[in-house]
Write a protein that binds this ligand. Structure first.
Ligand code: PGA
Length: 256
């Protein structure tokens, strides 16, 4: 299976800054077999960057989308409008769930919209600090997986990517701390077991599971070697070209 290194720029960089960053990155990275590098800039930068990007080196990702294909939804962007620009879309990021109040149902519809439009959803799941404290991690992960993938047909499941992002480990969350590899391994096992028991061994082993939360060049190697982890979703560190590039280099070494 491929290893994914995905940078989530969130609401940062102007179009000009995005373009300069991409220029720098394209100069540094060399295509590597088995490694899929991708960046998720703001919507406004997707179109210009799509003209600048070298798809052999990296791909573009949407940070969100509307679940409908068109219509009277002021201020929204349909995933159908992003066809040809992005290969992936981040769906159900914890900031969407907890800052913007996205429900499991909305997330399920967005995942289905991605599949319908031939864009691979990166479905984010993860427990909050409170849920972890109350021992609810396994239930939360299983519930978010079950509902997020509810409208995806068996044939389409292998187009989905899961990102495990414990909310308490996301760098911008107050009191956040990096997760210990053992904790991540435990959650990855829960996710893999759930995928296996729900969809069967073969489908489960073809669904990539990424980890995200305070990833940086000093922990990326350890996180990438956790069994069952197929890549990283990186926020803060992806905003610094040197750090993002260092993580790419680490991924090349670790996944060889
Ligand atoms: P972080 O963000 O790497 O800054 O913790 C990860 C994310 O929110 O996807």
């Amino acid at each position: 299976m491929r290893t994914y290194i995905v940078g989530n720029w969130k609401m940062n960089f102007t179009v000009g800054e995005s373009s300069i960053y991409l220029h720098k990155l394209l100069k540094r990275i060399k295509p590597a077999r088995g490694l899929q590098i991708a960046i998720a800039p703001s919507f406004i930068a997707l179109q210009p960057l799509s003209l600048q990007i070298d798809r052999k080196k990296l791909r573009l990702v949407a940070q969100n989308c509307n679940a409908k294909d068109f219509g009277a939804y002021t201020g929204e962007t349909a995933i159908s409008q992003l066809r040809g620009l992005v290969d992936y879309a981040i769906i159900g990021h914890s900031e969407r769930r907890y800052v913007f109040g996205e429900t499991d149902n909305m997330i399920k519809e967005k995942v289905a919209a991605c599949i319908r439009n031939n864009i691979a959803p990166i479905l984010c799941i993860g427990e909050t600090e409170n849920e972890r404290t109350f021992g609810e991690t396994a239930d939360v992960l299983k519930d978010q997986l079950t509902s997020g993938l509810a409208d995806v047909s068996r044939e389409d499941l292998e187009k989905c990517i899961i990102a495990y992002e414990p909310v308490w480990a996301i760098s911008s969350v107050k009191g956040a701390r990096p997760a210990a590899p053992d904790d991540i391994a435990m959650s990855i096992n829960i996710i893999r077991d759930h995928l296996r028991s729900t969809y069967g061994e073969k489908i489960a082993e073809n669904i990539p599971v990424l980890f995200g939360g305070s990833v940086n060049p000093s922990n990326a190697g350890a996180y990438l070697t956790i069994p069952g982890v197929n890549g990283l979703l990186i926020g803060g560190a992806s905003l610094i070209a040197d750090q993002f590039n260092d993580i790419i280099e680490i991924a090349k070494r670790v996944t060889k």
